[in-house]
Ligand binder design. Structure first.
Ligand SMILES: Cc1ncc(COP(=O)(O)O)c(C=O)c1O
Length: 375
């Protein structure tokens, strides 16, 4: 059996190697490393895939979030609500821009923002909400957009973990994650569902004015060469990364399908074990399984992780600490308001999840997990 990894980027690369290597060599030969035709073509192809008017590529998913917030002209101290249970980048950029983060609990079953708790967190100072489509599934965007409309708030979807996931609204409309709100952002970090071979990210919007503004912000606030109308950043996707992404974008749906198949295998194996809760698939969103995250309800999550390590099966705890308890963003809060997050911190464990898992590996992983509970 091939060694099991959390993410197997090498085997995925070998399947497209000759085609991709040629394309990369052509870019090097052209010397169009920055803002070359590959970047513009990728941008247009992603706009088409997502059915969104504007994709603005940038250097990484953290920049994408920061730039999206910068485009909204928020003032120091304005409040931005996001989830307590997610990767730190989402809250980090709020603080970087001297805005105030307000963290809310997540739903125990979907790991995404709890919309009742979102409502309770809104104050007159609230200006924006950043729902995170965590682990590959969209947050409850219909409800979040409704709440945002009622309170006149901006919404930025953090789609770093769910590119390709689809949300179905109650009227039957289907939209891709990242394209439902005024702004969406993503990351092309190598292990993401659509990953490049370095860093990369993008911002999505259907709003022409915001798109224009953001294209300036990513380029030093320049709208005319060497005239700087506002404070911007230097945040670019380079041509080599765009070339990788151009080769992988047509495969994204099949990559996501491969992840779903692996998730189906896991789901079936664990369905009747009383100590394991498998990830819930919400009725409103397809799941692209950026992570496959179990909840271990008998208090033995850490022992399971150690046992799997003895079997050379990697497993990760995403995430071990609530953002509100991190030194950098500490918020003195009532634990009663965060019961789900606090429970999840002790229960979650993510199993290997990528496009190259074969049945032998999946069987070995599931047998090993079940063996742990039979001990
Ligand atoms: C939910 C979420 N948001 C933002 C980011 C930041 O993306 P990047 O690592 O490309 O800066 C990540 C990446 O790990 C993420 O998982």
């Amino acid at each position: 059996m091939k060694a099991i990894q959390m993410v197997d980027l090498q085997s995925q690369y070998y399947k497209i190697k000759s085609d991709l290597d040629n394309a990369l060599l052509n870019v090097i030969d052209s010397a169009a490393f920055i803002n070359g035709p590959e970047v513009r073509t990728f941008q247009a192809e992603l706009e088409q895939y997502l059915d969104v008017k504007h994709v603005i590529p940038c250097a990484n998913g953290t920049d994408a979030l920061q730039i999206a917030l910068m485009a909204l002209d928020l003032k120091e101290g304005d409040e931005v609500i996001t989830a307590d249970f997610t990767f730190a980048a989402t809250v980090e950029v709020i603080h970087l821009l001297k805005l105030k983060s307000v963290l809310v609990d997540v739903d125990y079953d979907t790991f995404t923002m709890d919309t009742e708790k979102l409502k309770a967190a809104i104050t007159p100072k609230t200006k924006a909400i950043i729902p995170v489509h965590l682990f590959g599934q969209c947050a409850n965007m219909e409800e979040i957009l409704k709440i945002a409309k009622e309170h006149n708030l901006y919404v930025i979807e953090d789609d770093a973990q769910a590119i390709g996931a689809e949300f179905t609204f109650s009227d039957g409309t289907v939209k891709k994650g990242g394209t439902m709100a005024i702004l969406g952002t993503t990351s092309f970090f190598p292990s993401k569902n659509l990953g490049c071979y370095g860093d990369g990210g993008a911002i999505f919007t259907n709003d022409d004015e915001l798109a224009f503004k953001i294209r300036g912000i990513v380029n030093h606030g320049m709208y005319e060469r060497y005239y700087h109308d506002e404070i911007g950043v230097n945040s670019r996707l380079d041509s080599l990364q765009a070339t990788v992404l151009r080769k992988k974008l047509p495969l994204l749906d099949s990559y996501n399908e491969a992840r779903r198949k692996a998730a189906d295998f896991y789901d079936e194996a664990f369905a009747s074990n009383p100590n394991i809760l498998t990830p819930k698939r919400a009725e409103y969103s397809s799941h692209v399984f950026h992570q496959y995250t179990l909840r271990i309800t008998n208090g033995k999550r850490n022992e399971l992780r150690d046992f799997l390590a003895t079997k050379e099966i990697p497993a990760m705890i995403y995430y071990p600490v609530a953002l509100r308890k991190q030194k950098a963003y500490f918020q003195d809060s009532d634990p009663k308001d965060f019961v789900n997050t606090d429970k999840l911190l002790d229960e979650v464990i993510s199993l290997p999840m990528h496009t190259e898992l074969d049945e032998e590996q999946l069987k070995y992983i599931t047998d090993s997990v079940l063996e742990f509970f039979e001990k």
